[in-house]
Design a protein around this ligand. Structure first.
Ligand code: BES
Ligand code: ZN
Length: 614
């Protein structure tokens, strides 16, 4: 096996972020001031981005990332300066170039507007909101959409403090803390902790504030306020204190949640001070709160210590999933920690099989040097392979008691900085100087650069065993060919199941039962009746039951699936949902998508189009 030094020699990790056109490395960036006028009628943000820069050496020009921005003017230290916008090239956009750069610290102010092509923003009409009276706006900049909202060094290796001054007619939140000078339609915010461009965020609409815990407030549309208090009040403060015990005290002062509209394309997004979350978390059963634990954990992994480029995205997400599940483990017991790991592992297995044709996405460290869109590479691999690598390291050094002191060490060493996989490895080997041999047992080459599944760690299966055995009984009943066998499956089988147990049960039956047999459809119909699946709320479970129904060719479920797809916006459900529907009724899938595409977020819309081959 190659030593880690040898490994790093074989794979010199590119320190330049291939997903930016900018020459960020030629400057020290001290901060950015944003001044935005939000025009809901024109669906447009107009404003200025003012960057304070200091040259390193003697750069001959300044190159910023932009994409579909209309640039009005550029000024250096207040003096108008000529500029050019180079022709755009997908997916990185159209660089903005100023053909000279001052020799000492200066301000670069760009005046600009967003355009209709802006994938960083979604503008909703009043009819598309819960309240129905006011328009709504929200941003999503990760991974490389910040350049559609502001001209910048759009790379996670540059982190700076931000200030925001926003003029608009409705309440607004950003990824920062309110500053005192708010008046009339003008709102000011500060983000004093240096953040990368992908964490710049804004949302506005008929937002009200619901205090939930000692440190938590939730911003949301008034219609969902009660459901929200019920869903989050029990857990969030405990998550924060547990995370603080694992890492170190929370640095960002406030931790607030914004519960968005249904078209928000993710489960959650860790915008600093203001996690953005899908309203589908409000499932009434508090079964989605791990998403909150996840986004909160990003306050350390991702937001304080940031991946230096999207090639090292696993350092953001793998660490975050690790911390999320450590939090869950501390609060509910290790069996729950392993339960989530098993679900994650099974998802990883399925995805790696599906990516047979594009195995490049299955490596932990990605190679994006051919300027691939980092959004295309965001699957479970950085999350679940990343988690399992950290788990393997935790076990290699002797378990959590030995591993845990490394957590605050790593996060304090790189706080306010950006890291590569090499720096992670150097720090790990440096910290565990006396455990070199144990660390060398980890097959780093396979874990970091190998395609496909890594070696599977051993998990505690206490909570999944009963789901597996129930699924096995179903498989046996279906194989028997005798419909009367179904009668023994009754509501009590699953009455005590958590949503996660239902997920495991449905994933297992979907795979292990011979749905193609004559009895398949009858079995799926019986499952729906006996187990009360007609009234499922939790989207994780709903999608999985549709998968079973489609495999069993229960035709009356196809229009139900189509209808459900118009009520969800999270890509995790929308994309596989359309693929599933298209697998049995392409025309219905296309017709449903066409009728509702304007309701989907632009990022989601583009992916579904690609998935359906439109
Ligand atoms: N930062 C991600 C969301 C993201 C990733 C947005 C890549 C854009 C590009 C966020 O923290 C996340 O992982 N969300 C998950 C939540 C889950 C893992 C608990 C999601 O949305 O499904
Ligand atoms: Zn995440």
């Amino acid at each position: 096996m190659s030593s880690v030094a040898e490994l790093l020699r074989l794979h010199p990790l590119c320190e330049h972020d291939p997903s930016t056109n900018s020459n960020f490395h030629e400057f020290v960036h001290h901060g950015t001031a944003l001044r935005w006028d939000v025009d809901f009628d024109a669906s447009k943000v107009t404003g200025t981005a003012t960057h304070t820069l200091e040259p390193v050496g003697t750069p001959s020009r300044i190159v910023l990332d932009t994409s579909f921005l209309e640039i009005h003017s550029v000024a250096i230290d207040g003096v108008d300066t000529p500029f050019t916008v180079l022709p755009r090239a997908e997916p990185l956009g159209a660089p903005l170039v100023v053909e000279h750069a001052p020799a000492a610290k200066f301000t670069l102010q760009v005046a600009y507007s967003t355009t209709a092509e802006c994938t960083a923003l979604q503008w909703l009409t009043p009819a598309q909101t819960d309240g129905g009276k006011h328009p709504y706006l929200f941003s999503q900049c990760q991974a490389i959409h910040a350049r559609l909202l502001l001209p910048c060094f759009d790379t996670p290796s540059v982190k700076v403090p931000y200030s925001y001054r926003v003029t608009l007619p409705l309440p607004v939140v950003v990824s920062g803390r309110p500053a005192t000078s708010t008046e009339g339609n003008e709102y000011s915010f500060d983000q004093p902790i240096p953040i990368p461009s992908y964490l710049v965020a804004i949302a506005s609409g008929d937002l009200v504030l619901a205090p939930i815990g000692p440190r938590l407030a939730v911003y949301l549309e008034p219609a969902v306020i009660d459901r929200c208090q019920h869903e989050f009040c029990a857990d969030t403060e405990r998550f924060i204190t547990t995370a603080e015990e694992l890492v170190f005290p929370y640095e960002w002062d406030t931790y607030n949640l914004l519960v968005l509209v249904l078209s928000f394309p993710y489960g959650g997004m860790e915008n600093p001070n203001m996690t953005f979350a899908t309203p589908t978390l409000l499932s009434g059963d508090r079964q989605n709160v791990d998403v909150v634990a996840h986004e909160l954990a990003h306050s350390w992994s991702g937001n304080l210590v940031t991946n230096a480029s999207w090639e090292h995205f696993w350092l953001n997400e793998g660490w975050t999933v690790y911390l999320e599940r450590r939090i869950i483990g501390r609060l509910h017991g290790d069996a729950y920690r392993d339960f989530s790991a098993i679900i994650g592992w099974e998802q990883l297995e399925r995805e790696i099989v599906r990516m047979d044709a594009t195995p490049r996405y299955t490596t932990l460290v990605q190679d994006l040097s051919d300027r691939l869109d980092p959004d295309d590479a965001f699957l479970s691999v950085p999350y679940e392979k990343g988690l399992n690598l950290l788990l393997t390291v935790e076990r290699a050094v002797g378990g959590t008691a030995v591993f845990d002191p490394f957590i605050p060490h790593y996060f304090s060493k790189f706080a306010h900085k950006s890291v590569t996989t090499k720096e992670f490895l150097d720090t790990l080997y440096g910290f565990f100087g006396d455990k070199q041999a144990e660390l060398d047992l980890v097959d780093w080459e396979t874990w970091l650069y190998g395609q496909g599944l890594p070696p599977k760690p051993v998990f505690d299966t206490t909570l999944v065993d009963e789901c597996y055995s129930l699924a096995a009984s179903w498989a046996k009943a279906i194989a028997s060919g005798s419909v009367s066998e179904l009668e023994r499956f009754v509501a009590a089988d699953v009455a005590a199941y958590t949503a996660n147990q239902t997920v495991v049960f449905l994933d297992t039956v979907a795979e292990k039962c011979a749905w193609g047999l004559a009895m398949g459809a009858a079995a799926a119909r019986h499952m729906r009746e006996a187990y009360g699946y007609a009234t499922l709320q939790n989207a994780e479970v709903v999608l999985r039951f549709f998968r079973v129904s489609v495999r069993a060719r229960v035709e009356e479920e196809y229009p139900r699936l189509a209808a459900w797809l118009t009520t969800v916006g999270r890509m995790k459900f929308v994309r596989p949902g359309y693929v599933l529907l298209a697998s049995v009724d392409k025309a219905l899938a296309v017709e449903t998508f066409r009728a509702h595409e304007l309701g989907y977020h632009p990022i989601c819309r583009a992916f579904v189009k690609k998935d359906l081959g439109l």
